[in-house]
Design a protein around this ligand. Structure first.
Ligand code: CA
Length: 232
């Protein structure tokens, strides 16, 4: 993959400049947009690889920007929102954002998220044309059509719901999935008690997946938000 082009959507000039300076220092290409309207226009005209999107924009709600862009593009969007706005983060993820960061954020953290996203992009690109029925990630292998998952070659004894959960996370590797998104996909609804059961299923799934003595963390917990399968 060539050097990816990052679109920085941020109305706060000092923060925007900090991001741009760091992108330049890491040899990334970049574009900037201080408003939601410009973000949508630049995405359509320049087709960037990744978007950093501030949710608090002067002209449009960041969630609307995501929805507009998602109407025609799957480009990864990393949302940046102010501290404590968990509901906004969840709404952004449900609207189709891939990841989120909370202000104030460290530049290292931003770049770590960017690398995860870019790895996912190149994984998706290299996947095209190859066999998508088998998923591999570290020592984990999922045979989707056979309905089986293996760790270090040994078949995992998963319940049907655990297997569904694992597949959903695997198919969205690198992306944060909200509790609502997951429960909608597993049970077709998202009631409070479904989210409570989700927690229980996640505990049992992780126990089977992240085995001692040398457990690999495949699934990240995002407290109050959801879960993410990591590319290990
Ligand atoms: Ca702002």
């Amino acid at each position: 993959m060539n050097k990816p082009v990052i679109l920085v959507v941020e109305d706060d000039a000092p923060i925007r400049n900090l991001m741009v300076t760091t992108l330049k220092a890491h040899d990334y290409k970049y574009l900037t947009a201080p408003t939601g309207q410009e973000a949508v226009m630049m995405t359509a005209s320049h087709n960037p690889d990744v978007i950093f999107l501030d949710l608090g924009l002067p002209d449009m709600d960041g969630i609307d920007v995501i929805e507009r862009i998602r109407s025609w593009s799957n480009i990864p969007i990393i949302v940046i929102s102010a501290r404590g706005e968990d509901e906004d983060k969840i709404a952004a993820l449900d609207a189709g954002a891939d990841d989120y960061l909370t202000k104030p954020f460290s530049v290292e953290e931003l770049f770590a998220r960017l690398r995860v996203t870019i790895r996912r992009l190149s994984m998706m690109n290299s996947d095209s044309g190859t066999d998508r029925s088998i998923y591999t990630n570290g020592n984990l292998k999922i045979d989707y059509p056979a309905g089986c998952a293996y760790l270090n070659g040994d078949e995992l004894k998963l319940t049907p719901i655990e297997f569904k959960l694992l597949c959903l996370l695997a198919k969205n590797t690198g992306k944060v999935l909200t509790h609502t998104y997951i429960t909608q996909n597993i049970w077709g609804r998202s009631w409070d008690n479904d989210i409570a059961s989700l927690r229980v299923f996640m505990v049992t799934l992780r126990k089977k997946l992240e085995q001692s003595p040398d457990p690999t963390e495949y699934i990240q917990t995002h407290v109050g938000i959801g879960y993410r399968m990591i590319k290990v």
